[in-house]
Design a protein around this ligand. Structure first.
Ligand SMILES: Cc1cc2nc3c(=O)[nH]c(=O)nc-3n(C[C@H](O)[C@H](O)[C@H](O)COP(=O)(O)OP(=O)(O)OC[C@H]3O[C@@H](n4cnc5c(N)ncnc54)[C@H](O)[C@@H]3O)c2cc1C
Ligand code: FES
Length: 279
């Protein structure tokens, strides 16, 4: 059992949850994820490690309540426990000083950007972060990200906060003015595809983190299979981070679509789920 020692609501759908989990905190590194089960009737589902604190023995996740299991987790309170948390899983991110790095986050992907941007800043990189949301009310992690980066840009689709438009608008402007060594994007698949398209034109190395549907999280079931550089890869053990220029996004979008009903397959539903407007 893992006890919740802090819980905070970040927007109408997204909650930050800190667990007492010394074993996991000691083993964790930026870019990894855990698989949780709320109770014995619950499904196992993956969440990125937003933060981990070895001294206090805690891990923190940021969860968007969009379906049965995520809603169940977000309904818990401080002092409640979840049945099990497996991990840390996935390959940890290569944290090194490469120079000037841009991080791009869309919707709840912003919370997944935070640990890697923080680690890259600590490694001595110049870190710029661009985050995008549909509207002001959905913005998460603004102050936390501001504290760990050199420049922060925020876009909203409706212009209610920051710059009106898309994250890729700012990305294009920055790349036109200056040179960068690495771009890192986490968010809706269409956003990551779009970011990769922009950076490919400039031959800038680009990493994306893929949130495929996962079942076991150990490379056994094949549920998270993707097409990558004409080869099959498993997001859970080979990722979740991949070279964005080699990912077959259309294949993943098609695959994710098989798990959705007709209403869910609509762009409107996807935009609502991801809290971002797609071009
Ligand atoms: C490596 C990894 C890291 C993740 N990190 C986070 C995180 O930090 N915070 C967070 O809020 N979410 C994260 N996710 C997504 C999260 O795991 C799903 O939202 C969750 O599994 C949905 O479960 P559910 O039972 O609540 O929803 P369900 O009832 O199973 O599904 C609700 C809807 O969500 C869709 N869905 C289910 N799983 C996924 C998925 N993996 N990707 C996209 N759509 C999905 C379904 O098709 C359906 O449309 C991550 C996923 C992966 C693979
Ligand atoms: S989740 Fe089963 S192989 Fe990745």
């Amino acid at each position: 059992m893992y006890k919740i020692i802090q819980k905070r609501q970040l927007n109408s759908q997204v909650h930050l949850i800190e667990f007492e989990a010394k074993d996991l905190a000691m083993a964790a590194s930026a870019g990894q994820f855990v698989i949780l089960r709320v109770d014995e009737f619950g499904e196992r589902f993956p969440l990125t490690l937003y933060d981990f604190d070895c001294e206090n023995g805690t891990i923190t996740v940021v969860c968007q309540a969009i379906g049965v299991s995520t809603r169940k987790l977000c309904a818990l309170s401080q002092g409640d426990s979840v049945l099990d948390i497996s991990g840390p899983l996935g390959r940890s991110e290569q944290v090194q000083n490469v120079g000037k790095v841009i991080f791009v986050g869309g919707g709840v992907g912003t919370a997944e950007v935070y640990p890697i941007a923080k680690a890259m800043k600590q490694a001595g990189n110049d870190v710029t972060v661009i985050i995008g949301f549909r509207t002001k009310d959905l913005i998460i992690c603004e102050q936390e990200i501001k504290r760990i980066c050199d420049n922060l840009y925020i876009t909203t689709d409706d212009g209610s906060y920051g710059r009106k438009g898309f994250v890729t608008d700012i990305l294009k402007e920055l790349l036109a003015k200056d040179s960068y060594d690495l771009v890192f994007a986490i968010g809706p698949l269409v956003m990551m595809k779009s970011v990769s398209g922009v950076t490919k034109l400039k031959s800038i190395k680009t990493i994306v983190s893929l949130n495929s549907i996962m079942i076991d999280g150990t490379g056994m079931c094949g549920g998270c299979r993707i097409k990558y550089n004409e080869q099959a890869k498993f997001t859970c053990v080979d990722g979740p981070a991949f070279d964005g220029h080699l990912v077959d996004y259309d294949d993943i979008i098609l695959r994710q679509g098989r798990f959705k009903n007709k209403e869910e397959q609509s762009t409107k539903h996807y935009e609502h789920k991801c809290q971002i407007k797609l071009k």
